[in-house]
Structure formats: structure tokens, C-alpha cells
Design a protein around this ligand. Structure first.
Ligand SMILES: CC(C)(COP(=O)(O)OP(=O)(O)OC[C@H]1O[C@@H](n2cnc3c(N)ncnc32)[C@H](O)[C@@H]1OP(=O)(O)O)[C@@H](O)C(=O)NCCC(=O)NCCS
Length: 170
């Protein structure tokens, strides 16, 4: 595990400016500051951040936002700081989010991802997610389709550490 000094914890007010910077750097149409801040008080939203203390002044290296909806985990946003990618930060954030959501009763997890976002699809594929549907032209900024991924948490590969496998597309 490359990122063994990563600390994952709940998002705090002091993390927000770094988190917003990561979001702006990561998405063609990033969530607005208001939307991200709103998630901190949304009763069904959960926000985890990954911090590396040796990065002075800017310890936040990534974050994940999901909703706890009855027995489902809805993964809404995951992003890693550009200079910290391919160090397993997203894998460790996703693993921790799944563990926390399961402990609150989640049995399945779903998310939507741009058809062109191969990095994210590979990440989800490593955890055992598979494509179960398509929302045509879902993203209004580019007109791109969304792929709808689902995974059964009982069957998920909890570490995301199995040999790389492309997401199983139907
Ligand atoms: C997708 C993203 C979160 C991955 O973060 P990360 O910390 O670099 O991911 P990890 O290091 O944990 O990688 C886990 C696996 O994901 C896949 N992956 C990650 N980045 C990849 C890339 N650039 N190209 C292809 N596959 C990639 C690989 O299978 C990787 O396993 P490997 O390194 O053993 O090959 C990051 O690229 C990001 O923030 N992208 C912009 C935001 C985004 O697209 N979020 C997802 C929206 S649904």
C-alpha cells in the first residue's frame, strides 16, 4: 500500500477550501461551493476526507461524498488531488466509505459516471462494480451519457486490491 500515511476522517469546516480546490481541479462541471457546503448539513450525506500530515498547509489529498439512502449507498463525488493520484488514495477512501456505509446498514451501492471517465470506471471495476444501465446525454455540459454502476456490498472486493480488471459492461 503506497499511501500508508493517509488518515481518513470526517470532513470538517477547515477542510472545505482545499476540498473545493480539488473539486474545481477534477471535474468539468464541479459542484459549487454552496452545494459542497450544503452536504455538510444534509442529514443523509456523508463526507470523508483523506489527509497526509506531511503535506504542510495542504494536507487534504482527496474526498468522497455519498448518501446513505435506506439500505443503499449512493456515491456522488470522489476526487483526488492531481499530484497525489495513482497512490491508492481513491481506493482507500472508497474502501473506508463502503465500510462506514455498511456499518449503517447499506447492502448495495450505486453511482453514475461519465462514459469517457475510464480512470473512475477502472477504479469501480477493481471493487467489483458493474454497469447496469445508461442514462443517455445525462451530463448537460457535454451531452455525455452516464453509465450507472451497481455493486452488491456482500460481494464487493473490499480492498480493491485484486488484479486490475476493466468494469464489466453490459
Ligand atoms: C478517478 C480518481 C478518483 C482515481 O483516484 P486515484 O487515487 O488516482 O485512484 P487509485 O490510485 O486508488 O487507483 C485505483 C485504480 O483506479 C484505476 N485508475 C486510477 N487512475 C487511472 C487512470 N488515470 N487511468 C486508468 N486507470 C486508472 C486503476 O485501475 C487503479 O489501479 P492501479 O493503480 O492498480 O492500476 C482520480 O483520477 C480523480 O480524482 N479523477 C477526477 C475526478 C473523477 O473523475 N472522479 C470520479 C467521478 S465518478
Amino acid at each position: 500500500m503506497k499511501m500508508d500515511n493517509l488518515r481518513i476522517g470526517e470532513c470538517e469546516e477547515g477542510d472545505m477550501s482545499e476540498l473545493i480546490e480539488i473539486a474545481r481541479d477534477s471535474f468539468p462541471s464541479p459542484w459549487s461551493e454552496n452545494l459542497l457546503r450544503g452536504e455538510m448539513t444534509n442529514p443523509i450525506a456523508r463526507m470523508l476526507v483523506g489527509r497526509v500530515d506531511r503535506l504542510p498547509g495542504k494536507p487534504v489529498v482527496g474526498y468522497v461524498v455519498y448518501w446513505q439512502v435506506a439500505d443503499e449507498m449512493h456515491l456522488h463525488n470522489i476526487a483526488v488531488r492531481k499530484d497525489q493520484r495513482r497512490n491508492r488514495v481513491a481506493s482507500l477512501l472508497l474502501r473506508e466509505a463502503i465500510r462506514a456505509s455498511q456499518s449503517e446498514g447499506a447492502r448495495r451501492v450505486t453511482l453514475e459516471v461519465r462514459r469517457s471517465n475510464i480512470a473512475a470506471q477502472n477504479l469501480y471495476g477493481k471493487f467489483g462494480f458493474s454497469v447496469k444501465g445508461v442514462r443517455p446525454r445525462y451530463y448537460s455540459d457535454t451531452g455525455e451519457d452516464a453509465l450507472i454502476f451497481w455493486a452488491d456490498l456482500e460481494r464487493i472486493r473490499p480492498e480493491g486490491e485484486h488484479p486490475s480488471k476493466s468494469a464489466n459492461k453490459e
